[in-house]
Design a protein around this ligand. Structure first.
Ligand code: ZN
Length: 301
């Protein structure tokens, strides 16, 4: 089949770096990492991103390009609604701009959707299942996958990290107050470290604050948003990933216990599966490329 002879290009646009790579079959054969500021600065950032990816594709036989973005897209995944950490992309018709540079199918999605797509493949999960992805990095991204599709609502929004937490009122990057992300993300852990544990390295934070009130609150807030979504969706499995989830001392057991505590009885509490994403440097690029391959070949994920 023609498309399997060509490369699928996956790109992962993060708050600090852009990673891009090429996949043949289901193997990433090359991964390039470039500081975001080297590619996106000044004006016309959507065009700069498109040109960067088009330059990478030079001399490669390409079947499709897929890009994971750290923000929200419209329900057709054409326009970028909001990328809080990369304001230069917000509001752009990125798909049309990329299409002008690349005459191949283009797939844009939220980066958490791309990660979940890759994890379903790497964890060898049944693609007919229902999955909730929760990716805790600098912020908290989430993704839903239901029977081979990413469900889209009226506006394409799906953000577990912006569930409000009762009694909390810290201003969030989204403009609201008290969103869960502000109490469970890497940004929160950095703040906690600088305020209370300035002498330790961030990689030691879970060991440092274990047993404190903040530690119990951390687990409680994360377990409440996870269990709330579990009760709503009854997923086949929850997949947790991201840099924070792979840190030393991340409270996997306590979290599982509290999610089960808040989940409905007897099910889904009784047979709840929480899996952890394999921590890999190419996860975002791989996920994007898997997303494109599945869409290209079967029109499903
Ligand atoms: Zn928010």
């Amino acid at each position: 089949m023609e498309s399997t002879d060509k490369y699928i290009i996956g790109a992962d646009v993060g708050g600090t770096n852009i990673r891009v790579g090429r996949m043949r079959g289901f193997e990433i054969e090359e991964l390039v990492k470039v500081p975001l500021s080297d590619v996106l600065s000044g004006d016309k950032q959507p065009e700069k991103l498109a040109r960067f990816i088009a330059d990478y594709c030079q001399g490669i036989s390409v079947a499709a390009v897929a890009v994971g973005l750290p923000g929200t897209l419209d329900r057709d995944c054409r326009r970028v609604l909001k990328t809080p950490n990369i304001p230069g992309l917000s509001g752009s018709d990125l798909k049309s701009i990329m299409q002008a540079y690349l005459q191949v199918p283009i797939f844009l999605e939220n980066d958490a959707v791309m990660l979940l797509s890759g994890d379903i493949h790497r964890l060898e999960l049944d693609r007919r299942g229902v999955y909730l992805g929760c990716y805790i990095g600098t912020g908290l991204g989430s993704a839903l996958y239901i029977n081979g599709a990413v469900p889209k609502g009226a506006n394409g929004i799906s953000e577990m990290g912006h569930m409000p937490v009762f009694g909390k009122d810290e201003l969030c990057s989204c403009g609201n107050r008290g969103c869960a992300e502000n109490y469970v993300s890497g940004r929160y852990l950095q703040k906690l470290r600088s305020e209370k544990y300035p002498d330790i390295h961030i990689s030691e934070i879970f060991t440092a604050f274990r047993g404190t009130e903040e530690y119990s609150e951390y687990i409680e807030i994360l377990s409440v948003i996870l269990a709330g979504t579990v009760n709503l969706l009854d997923p086949t499995a929850v997949i947790i990933g991201g840099g924070v989830a792979s840190m030393k001392g991340f409270p996997k057991e306590e979290l599982f216990e509290r999610v089960c505590f808040h989940a409905m009885k007897p099910v889904p509490a009784k047979n709840l599966k929480i899996l952890y994403s394999p921590e890999r440097e190419d996860a975002g690029v791989f996920g994007a490329a898997v997303f494109a391959r599945c869409m290209l070949e079967t029109h499903r994920l």
